[in-house]
Design a protein around this ligand. Structure first.
Ligand SMILES: NC(=O)c1ccc[n+]([C@@H]2O[C@H](COP(=O)([O-])OP(=O)(O)OC[C@H]3O[C@@H](n4cnc5c(N)ncnc54)[C@H](OP(=O)(O)O)[C@@H]3O)[C@@H](O)[C@H]2O)c1
Length: 327
């Protein structure tokens, strides 16, 4: 077990999360977990972590024993089996079972250990494929899911219901957040498994180095998507831990979307690739639009701080730095 050295304790009068709280971040090496560690530590909290090599969170008994010993004030559940369309459609058993098991052992274990506060992270893929846009939290369970990630989405929906059940049966101050597409330092740049934004950064960067005249991208570029920098997500999670204690999940996004074509142009500018972009319209586009309604989060006073272009530039710089430090 490691403990991050906290920064100076903030003056805060939030009864739901005391200043200098001890917080277990499950999944601290991931994109989301590492951003949470940075943010919570900077805010003066004491962050507790445990690597998967020391504790497999699918295992209920050791997870509960760890939580009883560590006695955190709060838990943030950012550990999950996460992946793209290919992994989700070829390995649905792991996406269903690993996530159900992690959620069962961490949420039930936290309750058994007397943890007062818990934030569960789901995903916008829990919403029906044809939910009205922008998607409100009450669209949950109103229609069929996207078939390619149904197993993952159902596990996450079970997590939301588990949180609501602990609230109803035991009065636990446990809550859920549903983030939109995230990006930032710590992202996955492996072209086989990465999401669209890091994949675009890598494609344009490599095309620049190779002197390629054009980059071919899948689809028409017309689908609209929303992206949030992971440091803004971490700030939103802190705001929720400090101020929110409701049954319903809270969408976390920036409230704005753009076309994949606009995204590609922005990434091309940031990476300073001079060639052109060709759209291969024989390839599928996917859902035309996916934007979260963020009114609930906004009503808690949260506003993202990192503009997309700036966030992409920071992520590009981080990736270049991480490659240099590995070589
Ligand atoms: N990335 C996005 O765009 C996005 C969007 C919406 C929601 N979310 C949600 O945010 C959460 C975190 O996602 P992420 O993008 O940060 O994923 P990630 O980068 O893959 O990180 C997941 C973390 O969970 C850990 N983990 C997985 N299985 C474990 C196990 N059995 N025992 C212990 N640790 C385990 C991983 O450990 P290792 O490092 O050892 O593998 C990793 O640190 C997920 O619930 C996801 O649904 C993510």
């Amino acid at each position: 077990m490691t403990t991050e050295t906290p920064g100076p304790a903030r003056e805060s009068a939030h009864p739901l999360l005391r200043p200098g709280a001890r917080i277990f971040v499950a999944g601290h090496r991931g994109l989301v977990g590492s951003a949470l560690v940075r943010r919570l530590t900077a805010d003066g909290h004491e962050v507790i972590t445990r690597g998967r090599d020391e504790l497999d969170l699918r295992e209920a008994a050791p997870t509960e024993a760890f939580l009883r010993e560590a006695r955190p004030d709060a838990v943030v559940l950012a550990a999950a089996k996460v992946g793209g369309i290919m992994a989700n459609s070829t390995r649905p058993v792991e996406f269903l079972e690993d996530n159900l098991r992690i959620q069962l052992s961490v949420i039930a274990g936290a309750h058994a250990a007397g943890v007062q506060r818990l934030l569960f992270l789901g995903s916008s893929c829990i919403y029906p494929k044809h939910a009205p846009q922008p998607i409100r939290e009450d669209a949950l369970l109103t229609g069929p899911l996207e078939p390619t990630n149904e197993a993952y989405a159902l596990a996450k929906i079970a997590g939301i219901v588990q949180i609501q059940s602990y609230r109803r049966q035991y009065g636990a101050a446990y809550i859920s957040a549903m983030p939109t597409n995230l990006y930032g330092p710590g992202d996955n740049f492996d072209l086989e498994t990465s999401h669209v934004l890091p994949a675009l950064i890598r494609r344009f960067h490599e095309a620049k180095l190779d002197g390629a005249h054009e980059v071919t991208l899948w689809g028409s570029g017309s689908p609209r998507r929303e992206f949030l920098h992971v440091d803004d997500l971490a700030a939103a999670c802190v705001r929720l831990l400090e101020t929110y204690d409701g049954d319903e999940p809270v969408n976390v996004g920036c409230g704005e979307d753009l076309t994949i074509r606009e995204l590609a142009e922005t990434v091309r500018d940031v990476t300073e690739y001079q060639g052109s972009v060709v759209w291969d319209t024989s390839k599928p586009d996917g859902t035309p639009r996916k934007l979260l309604d963020v009114s609930r989060l906004s009503s808690l006073g949260f506003k993202p701080q990192i503009a997309l272009r700036d966030g992409i530039a920071r992520t590009y710089a981080w990736w270049l730095g991480s490659r240099t430090s590995r070589s």
